[in-house]
Design a protein around this ligand. Structure first.
Ligand code: SF4
Ligand code: SF4
Length: 312
């Protein structure tokens, strides 16, 4: 079965009402119908009917979606636009379309990095987020050993045909090391691995932090940027920690997979809107990647792992 056929029901259920458009951060940035949620569904239908060619330009455009799912919340028949976009990406990648360099370098890192898992029951996978969360976990006495492994979520998010092979490699390495639990602070890595790694429990780092074990490392008021990826996975621990120990003045629109995925024009507009909405307040992000992007844009931002510290 061609990948796009897995979402045929979604493609046929769209009424083209456009209620989803204003909720889409990418459409608001580009104002291009082809990059609106409705446009994604129409393009998926075009692939299904073999009316569209699998060109590199098409793949580039379909990669310019953060998979945030905000459009799904606004859609009356609840079309699963994220699944449509992922299926279209798989379809295009399988048909030989080449990703733009902003994504290609993420995929190279996922494909080329060695997977080295230490012998331990609980293993930390850094994903694209780094080891700030690991340092907090260790300070709290959580017994966890860091692995040296590249993030695999970019392969899944780009629809790369190599994802399943790399996943099998990781699964085998975890089994050989005797790992029973994987902890990551990367919301996308959690998404890519949680339902797919057999016999291993995959958790977000915030889920193993006791609420009474940490306190705020930030004195001032904060604006909080949650992760819609975590919310869509039903993980509320990061939100609970931030709301209970920081002085959150406002919450910003949650973010999906933006950093490295969106084109510069869309990303810079989204970042600008976010900084304006924060209104000179430091932005605390559930994802270290989002904090990094905001800092690169000159905003005052920090990740959840920089905003909390163990109770001494
Ligand atoms: S995806 Fe949903 S909200 Fe958007 S045009 Fe289709 S039916 Fe309407
Ligand atoms: S998932 Fe997010 S970025 Fe993608 S079409 Fe929907 S609202 Fe837009």
């Amino acid at each position: 079965m061609r990948p796009i056929e897995s979402v045929k029901g979604e493609l046929l259920a769209c009424t083209f009402c456009a209620f989803c458009r204003r909720s889409c951060p990418v459409y608001r940035a580009t104002l291009w119908e082809g990059e609106s949620p409705r446009g994604r569904v129409a393009q998926g239908y075009g692939l299904l009917m073999d009316e569209l060619e699998p060109t590199d330009e098409f793949y580039d455009s379909i990669l310019n979606c953060s998979l945030c799912g905000l459009c799904e919340d606004a859609c009356p028949p609840k079309i699963r636009v994220v699944d449509v976009v992922l299926a279209a990406r798989r379809h295009l990648a399988q048909a030989g379309a080449k990703p733009p360099e902003r994504v290609a370098h993420l995929l190279r890192a996922s494909l080329e990095g060695k997977i080295l898992i230490p012998r331990a029951e609980v293993v930390y996978l850094p994903g694209r987020e780094g080891e700030d969360a690991l340092n907090i976990l260790r300070a709290l006495g959580v017994r966890v050993e860091p692995a040296s492994a590249p993030p695999l979520s970019p392969l899944m998010i780009a629809g790369s045909p190599e994802f399943e092979d790399r996943l099998a490699e990781l699964s085998k390495a975890l089994k050989a090391a005797g790992a029973r639990r994987v902890i990551t602070s990367d919301p996308d890595e959690l998404w890519a691995l949680r339902e797919r790694l057999k016999d291993v429990e995959v958790l977000h780092a915030s889920q193993v932090i006791p609420l009474d074990g940490v306190t705020g490392a930030l004195e001032s008021e904060a604006a909080y940027l949650p992760s819609c990826r975590l919310r869509r996975l039903g993980v509320s621990a990061a939100d609970d920690i931030i709301r209970s120990i920081l002085n959150v003045k406002k919450e910003l629109e949650c973010a999906g997979s933006e950093d490295g995925w969106l084109r510069d024009d869309a990303l810079s507009r989204i970042v600008r809107e976010r900084v304006e909405a924060a209104d000179d307040t430091v932005i605390v992000c559930a994802s270290a990647e989002h904090a990094r992007t905001l800092k690169q844009a000159g905003a005052e931002a920090m990740s959840i792992w920089e905003a909390i510290k163990p109770v001494s």
